[in-house]
Design a protein around this ligand. Structure first.
Ligand code: ZN
Length: 393
């Protein structure tokens, strides 16, 4: 399976460009459908085109146990983020069948569409639409860099945009969802190598985005004495450094990855700088304390900080996570994550959800350098197989 996927959407960087509702996406969806057909699984698409492959009938014998992840990627993304969960799901079905296992509840492997939001800017669009976290109207109106709306993209892919929307029938079929995913940090690599190939996910960190506006006065870069300047960029520099030290102090992460400068001339003193802060951390209060410190720094320079989004901790189902650890053994690490997933969207919608993370030796993700050892991937399949065998018995 890994060899089949290897060339699809591969860019010259060595990374992948697999964006929603493109030719590459179509190839991946067809590949998934083929793998499911070869296994005699029943493939159904929900109202957003997410693909669900059932072993057993969820409508008569459900709800069932669902595994899987996504096949799309960020620009120049790695091979593992998403596909590892889908391939491991299919390999789990094979492993269970090889031992003659007969599930007493149905089992499904899901391929969520448009998880990364690389084309239309909203992550987890597939799960957001079916849970109602994003309305059909908003989804269809999103546009890509070429100005193509999601409605147009769906139509071009041969689909009917007016049928998308919340899908309670699909949600009712899910008893539990366990998403296996490559770890996107180095927490497992830093633990005892003997016991840390696979972890159980506990939660998605609280995270948010804030806009910071800093004022200055435009003036000539050559004739204005240093003492006479009100330079918004100097304030911005101070605020960026304040974010870094506040994050370090409170044990969070903070990033200022986007900035806009006015008037934007090489020879003009900046009259206004706008920058955006992304802050996350395991502890909600620590993140808020970090943001407060950044706001205080902005105020010192006459600036303001405005919240653009804030998502509190998304806890997976503690009972399910505890059960997973019971199945895999008490040595299994429990891990929160700073990255978003479809599992988080389903958990917020009230679905019993947990995750398994496979060790990433460098922690690098969303990059061609993303990697997981073959042995660790196989241990991930083993863990997922144990879990599904138990949950579907
Ligand atoms: Zn992912």
């Amino acid at each position: 399976m890994w060899a089949d996927l290897d060339p699809v959407g591969r860019a010259s960087s060595g990374g992948y460009r697999r964006f929603a509702w493109t030719a590459e996406d179509h190839t991946l969806r067809e590949w998934f459908a083929g793998e499911c057909a070869a296994r005699g699984l029943d493939l159904v698409e929900d109202r957003m085109g997410n693909q669900w492959a059932w072993w057993g009938d969820p409508d008569t014998d459900g709800p069932g146990v669902v595994v899987g992840s996504h096949l799309d990627s960020v620009p120049d993304g790695g091979a593992y983020d998403g596909p590892l969960g889908v391939v491991s799901g299919l390999a789990t079905v094979d492993a269970l069948r090889a031992t003659g296992f007969r599930p007493s509840t149905p089992i499904a492997v899901v391929n969520f569409g448009d998880e990364e939001g690389a084309r239309f800017g909203v992550a987890c669009a597939g799960s957001r639409v079916i849970t109602g976290a994003m309305t059909a109207e908003r989804a269809l109106g999103l546009t890509d860099v070429d100005g193509v709306s999601m409605a147009e993209a769906l139509r071009a892919a041969g689909r009917a945009p007016d049928t998308i929307g919340r899908d309670d029938e699909t949600l009712r079929r899910i008893g539990q969802f366990v998403e296996l995913h490559v770890e996107q940090g180095r927490a497992l690599a830093d633990l005892d190598p003997a016991t840390s190939a696979v972890a159980v996910g506990t939660d998605i960190w609280p995270h948010g985005r804030w806009r910071i506006d800093l004022p200055g006065t435009a003036n000539h870069a050559g004739t204005t004495a240093l003492a006479d300047r009100q330079d918004a960029m100097l304030s911005a520099a101070e605020v960026v450094l304040a974010a870094r030290s506040a994050a370090a102090e409170h044990g969070c992460v903070a990033t200022t990855g986007k900035i806009a400068v006015e008037p934007g001339g090489v020879n003009a003193i900046p009259s206004h700088v706008r920058l955006w802060l992304d802050a996350r951390g395991a502890d909600q209060n620590a993140v808020k304390a970090t943001v407060s410190a950044v706001e205080a720094a902005a105020r010192r320079f006459g600036g303001t900080l405005t919240e653009e989004s804030w998502t509190e901790t998304t806890r997976f189902d503690d009972t399910l996570s505890g059960r997973l650890r019971g199945i895999l053994g008490e040595h299994t690490p429990m891990l929160g994550t700073g990255a978003g997933h479809d599992a988080g969207v389903l958990a917020t919608a009230g679905v019993s959800t947990s995750m398994l993370f496979v060790r990433n030796p460098t922690g690098v993700s969303h990059s061609p350098e993303e990697f997981a050892e073959r042995d660790d991937c196989l241990r991930g399949v083993e863990a997922l197989t144990k879990v599904v065998r138990e949950l579907a018995s």
